[in-house]
Design a protein around this ligand. Structure first.
Ligand SMILES: Cc1cc2nc3c(=O)[nH]c(=O)nc-3n(C[C@H](O)[C@H](O)[C@H](O)COP(=O)(O)OP(=O)(O)OC[C@H]3O[C@@H](n4cnc5c(N)ncnc54)[C@H](O)[C@@H]3O)c2cc1C
Length: 424
């Protein structure tokens, strides 16, 4: 990490002094075709690698997901990958506002940022990546190191052999579970209720008073935040955008969490729940709690959410990102709670840093070690910082001393300044 600004130096200049000769590009299998997989694929293609991405899901991914906040570091990576311009990516926000329970505005803060949707980011990356190298409905089952190469086996029997295997397969990574089974996502003790509202479903007053802003409402030990994002078809023009709503709520015990995650068919996978399977009674309870706890403006927003869904919050850290010819990137290696909004930026930085290291060092294993030295430290720092910001939402887990520390991040000044603002 660059000690001056807390940002990783992913530029290829960082490595140039170590480069003695150009490494012939090799073959790479990437498991996972989301943000980490696509950015790694694009970065390595640019450096002459023969890249194939294998993504588990079938069908369109770009209409899934909700809001994300972008950061300069993300634009820096995208620019290096030749992906789009800043204006097209999302919706510009200038100001943050906090609302009290009586509806008054208690604080405002000028903080220009661009918000967009996960789908928009995925679509932009996917458009730039060759279709013939992106294979869907391919679930990686296991891998085996064979000499200097890696043999990857998929559940449908497909096998690939490559110089490098990149695990970009997210928080439940199959490859990580094979390599470091003890590294498991740790439940943080709270969930995010999330949902989207079409811009045209807001009243004139809401479009004026809420939509342009990043807003907060902060009941004791909870946090609501809202901001505008691109539309379902990725539109950024007025009238066709969406409003993103997130409400962090404690669900302290495993039994409370499991209750929330039990779906309309009585099924429960213990970790997540499909958005369209949340039980109406659970949604009703959440809306009823909103009417007791939130500002009138936020109550109305919560009531307008068409299909609110639940995202349990987890932390994940690993002890190593590199195992011979296998490298783990993005959420598969380190998952930070969403409070800093760095998930996508972190994945993109991992990807570019990896490609630069592989270009810079003739020996692959040296390249991977250098990549790891940079990215492990940066990623761990994001996870730790995100934990700090979210600590006050997990009140049930803390001693008095921990609670005192957590409360430093719960004042409305701190929440407004620190949320999705990793430069603070
Ligand atoms: C559909 C979707 C919607 C999302 N929406 C949001 C959002 O709205 N806001 C937000 O902040 N973050 C969202 N995220 C998470 C966000 O993408 C990540 O936090 C971050 O960008 C890091 O990305 P990643 O590529 O490392 O992991 P992920 O985005 O989790 O991607 C992992 C990918 O690997 C695939 N995969 C898993 N196992 C296998 C396997 N065995 N073989 C092959 N492929 C496999 C998954 O299908 C997935 O596409 C979303 C992720 C997905 C997949």
């Amino acid at each position: 990490m660059n000690p001056d600004n807390g940002h990783l130096n992913t530029s290829s200049n960082h490595y140039k002094s170590h480069q003695s000769q150009t490494r012939p590009a090799g073959t790479v299998t990437i498991a996972g075709g989301s943000i980490a997989g696509l950015t790694a694929g694009l970065a390595l293609l640019q450096k002459g690698w023969d890249v194939q991405i294998y993504e588990a899901t079938q069908g369109e991914l770009q209409h899934r997901g909700a809001g994300i906040i972008t950061h300069q570091a993300l634009f820096d990576v995208l620019a290096k990958l030749g992906v789009t311009s800043r204006q097209q990516i999302g919706v510009q926000i200038q100001t943050r506002k906090t609302f009290a329970q009586d509806g008054s505005i208690t604080q405002t803060l000028e903080l220009p940022q661009i918000a967009t949707s996960w789908g928009r980011m995925y679509q932009l990356l996917k458009q730039h990546f060759p279709d013939e190298r992106y294979h869907q409905n391919k679930v990686l089952h296991s891998y085996r190191q064979v000499g200097n190469r890696v043999e990857s086996t998929f559940t449908d029997g497909t096998r690939t052999t490559s110089d490098l295997l990149i695990a970009a397969d997210g928080i439940r990574s199959t490859i990580r579970q094979q390599l470091e089974p003890e590294a498991q996502p740790e439940y943080a003790g709270y969930v995010a209720w999330r949902g989207l509202i079409e811009e045209q479903d807001l009243t004139d007053e809401e479009r004026r008073e809420l939509f342009p802003y990043f807003t907060f409402c902060l009941p004791q030990g909870e946090q609501v935040l809202t901001y505008p994002i691109a539309g379902k078809q990725h539109q950024t023009d007025i009238g066709n955008r969406r409003y993103n709503v997130v409400w962090y709520r404690p669900a302290a015990t495993q039994s409370t969490l499991q209750e929330l995650l039990t779906d309309i068919d009585g099924r429960n996978n213990g970790q997540s729940i499909a958005p369209d399977k949340v039980r109406p009674a659970v949604v009703e309870q959440m809306r009823s709690d909103a009417s007791e706890l939130l500002s009138p403006q936020h109550i109305k927003l919560i009531n307008k959410l068409d299909q609110p869904f639940i995202q349990p919050i987890y932390d994940l850290t690993t002890t190593t990102m590199v195992y011979r010819s296998v490298v783990i990137i993005g959420d598969a290696a380190f998952t930070a709670r969403p409070h800093l909004g760095v998930g996508i930026t972190k994945a993109a930085e991992d990807a570019l840093s990896l490609a630069n290291a592989l270009e810079a060092y003739t020996d692959q294993s040296t390249a991977l070690q250098h990549f790891q030295a940079l990215r492990q430290q940066a990623s761990r720092a994001w996870v730790d910082r995100s934990r700090e910001l979210g600590a006050y939402l997990q009140a049930q887990l803390m001693s008095d001393e921990e609670r005192r520390f957590a409360n430093l991040h719960r004042t409305s000044e701190a929440v407004m300044l620190e949320t999705a603002n990793p430069l603070v």
